[in-house]
Design a protein around this ligand. Structure first.
Ligand SMILES: [Zn+2]
Length: 133
């Protein structure tokens, strides 16, 4: 048992196995979720190291859905900040369609970054204004 949880959430007994000896609360599923979250977090870090931010975001989202920590939430924000900077670079170099495709791929993450949603609107504006030029 490698979990961070040291005490039973029900009776506060010290946990020495996946089932509490005092109240028989079963933590097997919870610990499996933590293991899966660790796996997804590690996959996310590997994707980030390979400079695949989009995949890193997808992996960290899975990890956060199973067991979030402050570090994982901050890591997601860092990845989103890097994406925002990349999009601004694309727009400043007039690669509007490339930016639009990237924004579309990031659509699931707009709820965590109002900047992405604003960039999407601005990209639409630029595409309309400069289409055909
Ligand atoms: Zn207990």
């Amino acid at each position: 048992m490698d979990s961070m949880m040291q005490r039973c959430l029900v009776c506060n007994a010290r946990l020495k196995s996946e089932i509490c000896r005092r109240c028989h609360a079963d933590y097997r599923l919870l610990f499996q979720c933590e293991l899966a979250a660790d796996f997804y977090r590690n996959q996310s870090i590997q994707a980030c190291l390979q400079q695949d931010n989009l995949q890193a975001l997808k992996w960290i989202e899975l990890a956060i859905n199973l067991s979030s920590s402050r570090a994982m939430l901050q890591f997601r924000q860092l990845l989103l900040k890097q994406e925002t900077e990349h999009l601004v670079d694309l727009l400043s170099n007039q690669h509007y369609w490339q930016a639009k495709r990237r924004l579309f791929a990031l659509q699931a993450f707009w709820i965590y970054s109002s900047k992405l949603e604003c960039l999407n609107r601005f990209t639409d504006y630029l595409l309309i204004k400069y289409s055909g030029k």
